[in-house]
Design a protein around this ligand. Structure first.
Ligand code: SF4
Length: 362
């Protein structure tokens, strides 16, 4: 029988209380209460195992696999090694993320374009990321706020109901992102009371190199500052490997329970295979806050299959059932999406969650 997971049925997400989420977010709370440094702090202490990083990509990946084993062992023992000489595992991750841009494999669209040379793939994001805005967000899940949310321009999906379409659909919006300036902004946010740094967009995937370069610049002041990957979870397997050991929370959308709906509304293929693979990987690598946005008319084809998969595969995660869908962007062109979920649909979603043994709190 599936272990209980949690569902927050409120109109806005994030109404689960601090105590309710303790089990699902054990490491996160240990970091917040300074019992354990954030994962990126460990990665900067583990040696890359190479004297320099200007070698072929295959050798970098081999070194990454070895260093990740070291990190995993150190994390389990709870002992951080002293900073060694030469590049760290975090430096190695930055280098590998930059290599991914040469033949872009940041997400599972795998466009294969050389973004360093100005080629653009599906997302249209260039070599220099752009930030549309960054601020202390008070509207995220209650466990996260105030969350220093950094909104990158551009996205790897084309959701017809996108709520952030102005920045997601135009990768040219915002200002060029300089990792040094972003690191300063993160310190400023920390002094203003941020509990974490939340990388989002659009979608963060095309900006992984900027994100890792920024994190690598952070020092002692960020030792107990958790990192949050706020994504559509269509991240490539290579990018997921680089996030492992850096991200503390995967704040991931699980939107569709089948590939047809994903294709029709977000222009994406192989959705369920990629997203389930990535949630399983995130489950091994860190802690998950899973968001399921109830779409009108999509209870049977999407919400219920997703709930079943979660209950069977990653039952102890923080599960946020979200009811705030409203028709935006091009949704009026799709009559079935041109309304809010009905009270009956909301009630049935909650009843179904309970029938699976999911735990409900608000
Ligand atoms: S991030 Fe994804 S969509 Fe954008 S260019 Fe790279 S592979 Fe293509």
């Amino acid at each position: 029988m599936a272990a209980p997971i949690r569902v927050s049925p409120g109109r806005n997400h994030g109404i689960g209380g601090w105590g309710d989420a303790l089990d699902a977010l054990k490491d996160y709370f240990a970091i917040l209460t300074r019992k354990k440094p954030a994962r990126h702090w460990w990665a900067r202490h583990i040696p890359a195992g190479l004297p320099e990083l200007g070698v072929e990509e295959e050798r970098l990946w081999e070194a990454h696999a070895r260093a990740m084993r070291e990190l995993s062992s150190a994390w389990k023992r709870g002992v951080i090694p002293p900073v060694g000489r030469g590049p760290s595992l975090l430096d190695l991750k930055v280098e590998l993320s930059r290599r991914l841009l040469e033949n872009c494999r940041m997400c599972e669209r795998r466009c294969g374009v050389n973004r360093w040379e100005g080629e653009r793939g599906y997302c249209g994001v260039g070599p220099v990321s752009r930030v549309a805005s960054e601020f202390l967000h008070l509207g995220e899940e209650s466990e996260l706020v105030p969350s220093h949310t950094i909104f990158f321009s551009g996205c790897t999906f084309r959701c017809v109901y996108c709520q952030n379409w102005d920045i997601a659909m135009d990768p040219r919006t915002g200002n060029p992102a300089d990792p040094h300036l972003l690191a300063s902004a993160i310190y400023r946010g920390r002094r203003q009371g941020s509990r974490n740094v939340n990388f989002v967009g659009g979608n963060p995937d095309p900006n992984l190199h900027t994100i890792l370069s920024t994190i690598a610049l952070l020092g002692e002041e960020a030792k107990y500052l958790p990192m949050v990957w706020n994504s559509n979870m269509f991240t490539s397997s290579e990018a997921m490997a680089l996030l492992d050991g850096v991200m503390d929370i995967y704040l991931g959308d699980f939107r569709y329970g089948n590939d047809q709906c994903a294709r029709k509304y977000s222009d994406v293929t192989s959705y369920t295979a990629v997203v389930t693979r990535n949630f399983l990987q995130a489950f091994r690598a860190g802690e998950i806050m899973l968001r399921q946005l109830l779409l009108p008319g999509h209870l049977e084809c999407c919400t219920k299959p997703i709930m079943r998969w979660v209950a069977e595969n990653i039952p102890s995660v923080y599960f946020n059932l979200m009811f705030q869908y409203r028709p935006e962007y091009r949704a009026p062109l799709y009559p079935e999406l041109n309304r809010r979920p009905s009270p009956e649909e909301r009630e049935e979603a909650v009843t179904y969650a309970l029938s699976l043994g999911l735990e409900l709190w608000d």
